[in-house]
Design a protein around this ligand. Sequence first.
Ligand SMILES: Nc1ncnc2c1ncn2[C@@H]1O[C@H](COP(=O)(O)OP(=O)(O)O)[C@@H](O)[C@H]1O
Ligand SMILES: [Mg+2]
Length: 250
Amino acid sequence: MTSTLSAPTQLKSAARVHNLRKSYGSKEVLRGIDFNIAPGEVVALIGRSGSGKSTILRVLAGLSGAHSGTVEVAGNPAVAFQEPRLLPWKTVVENVAFGLNRSPLSWEEARQQASALLQEVNLPDSDDAWPLTLSGGQAQRVSLARALISEPQLLLLDEPFGALDALTRLTAQELLLRTVAARNLGVLLVTHDVAEAVALADHVILLDEGEITHTLQVNIPGPKHTRRAHPSFGAHTAQLLEWLEITTPA
Ligand SMILES: Nc1ncnc2c1ncn2[C@@H]1O[C@H](COP(=O)(O)OP(=O)(O)O)[C@@H](O)[C@H]1O
Ligand SMILES: [Mg+2]
């Protein structure tokens, strides 16, 4: 087993995965997984339930037990899930500052950084709000701010927009694109939504029963936030849907 955490200067990729295999007991759930994520690049992972998407994400997060193959990750990756998982007994700014719990900063410094990040995710007046008073979209932005506060080079997102309504989801996706560009983050995005994958990703990886069956390079010219309006958007989503049908039993 090789699993290395590298300093930023040592690694040109945000993540590098080579021949990753993983089993739970006698059941092999990942086989021969290979991919790279460059800084500033979004890689989307799609596949039906149980195909191994979350397992790949947990391996990259260092939250999974033994695996084989090479997994290299720049810095300390940050994870955000579909449910924002905020602590209800802490205020919004405290929840964000909590993402720094392993840093030597004073509480006041951490709080100031958290407050600045809340501005960055368009929640400038919510420092002292309680998580239970937030909308789903607001809670998701707090979760993003908490992930960013440790200054990760790799962001691991497990269906982060799955619980949001359609319009809120579009706003959240735009915010993610801006954040990724501004911070040159590598992102692994697990999603069920082929349109979301094509709108946000540089490459889309299709996973079926623990193996990569297809990879789509998204070649839509222009900035990502204009992709949905481009004539070739539909051809990209259609390709993914076709592959998903091929790999999904009737
Ligand atoms: N902690 C675990 N123990 C045993 N089996 C697991 C565990 N976590 C996931 N699995 C199995 O690994 C496979 C992949 O799961 P997962 O990565 O959660 O899939 P996905 O996220 O694509 O739905 C599934 O067959 C699942 O049942
Ligand atoms: Mg999952």
